[in-house]
Design a protein around this ligand. Structure first.
Ligand SMILES: Cc1ncc(COP(=O)(O)O)c(C=O)c1O
Length: 282
């Protein structure tokens, strides 16, 4: 069994216990990160730790560790769990206190980190692409905060799965925001569109990498939201996340996207993304 980190200690996962009064358990009062690890090294760790701080600030919660402390303890956990390719999950909750909506005073945040083997991205995503469905974005108004309160995302993802799809692409006020667990991109006439960074989308770390790659390689990319109609007539659609990388969506609501196969612009982005990963930028 893998080790986990909990409040200053490394423990076997089955030895790690959290109080039933933890506000994460009772109120979903916490934030999290998921960090991919390749060959024992975190990918884009500083970006994840900066976003963690932004999420904590967004919910007015204390950061229990400095960036250096997080880095050290995450690296220690990766090593204890055998290195290689892992997915690190990190969660901070406001801590343990009598149940009350109002923030408790002088409470110590609960800090938890676990890691599991990183599942390889299925080959079929690259050869055939994946399916998505369009659903209404039923989430809250602060989707830029990576909150553990994921019930709407979970309901949306489950609906997608039951429709035979990998992801739900979400529409708010007529515009595509993102996926239930991913950022979304639409290619129209050679330009890549992705929703701008505001409170309607999570500022994805993979999204940052995609934007950097596009800029360095003269691939036109606009941080501009597209309408549902534009989405339905896109030449290509992609989604991105830390554990799935950049996945082409080739079927939308049971209809082919473009030619119904992974598009040429995705092919180029994926090749460049794989190179970027190889370089192991942290
Ligand atoms: C709602 C949502 N948007 C976007 C992303 C992608 O973020 P990242 O690239 O940092 O994994 C995720 C990742 O889980 C997510 O849950």
């Amino acid at each position: 069994m893998n080790d986990v980190y909990l409040n200053g200690e490394f423990l076997a996962a089955d030895q790690a216990k959290v109080s039933v009064f933890d506000r994460g358990f009772l109120l979903g009062d916490g934030v999290y990160e998921v960090i991919p690890v390749y060959a024992g090294k975190c990918f884009q760790l500083s970006g994840h730790l900066i976003r963690l701080q932004a999420s904590l600030d967004g919910v007015r919660m204390q950061n229990p560790h400095s960036q250096d402390e997080w880095k050290t303890l995450i690296e220690q956990l990766i090593e204890r769990n055998g290195g290689g390719d892992q997915s690190v999950y990190l969660q901070v909750t406001r801590g343990v206190a009598p149940r009350d909506h109002v923030f408790p005073k002088n409470v110590t945040p609960t800090a938890f980190v676990m890691s599991s083997p990183l599942a390889p991205v299925p080959e079929s995503y690259k050869t055939q692409g994946a399916a998505a469905i369009i659903l209404a974005d039923i989430r809250w108004q602060h989707c830029n905060i990576k909150a553990i309160t994921l019930l709407p995302n979970s309901l949306l993802k489950q609906q997608a799965l039951e429709a035979g799809a990998l992801e739900a692409l979400l529409i708010r006020d007529g515009y595509l925001t993102e996926g239930a667990a991913s950022n979304a991109y639409v290619v129209i006439d050679g330009t890549i569109y992705t929703a701008p960074k505001d409170e309607k989308v999570l500022p994805g770390i993979t999204r940052e990498v995609v934007i950097e790659i596009a800029q360095k390689n003269n691939m036109p990319l606009l941080e501009q939201a597209v309408t549902e109609q534009q989405l339905k007539h896109a030449d290509e659609i992609w989604i991105s996340s830390s554990t799935k990388e950049v996945v082409p969506i080739t079927t939308l609501d049971n209809k082919p996207v473009g030619k119904g196969i992974p598009g040429a612009i995705w092919q180029k982005m994926d090749a460049l993304y794989q190179q970027y990963k190889q370089k192991g930028a942290t």
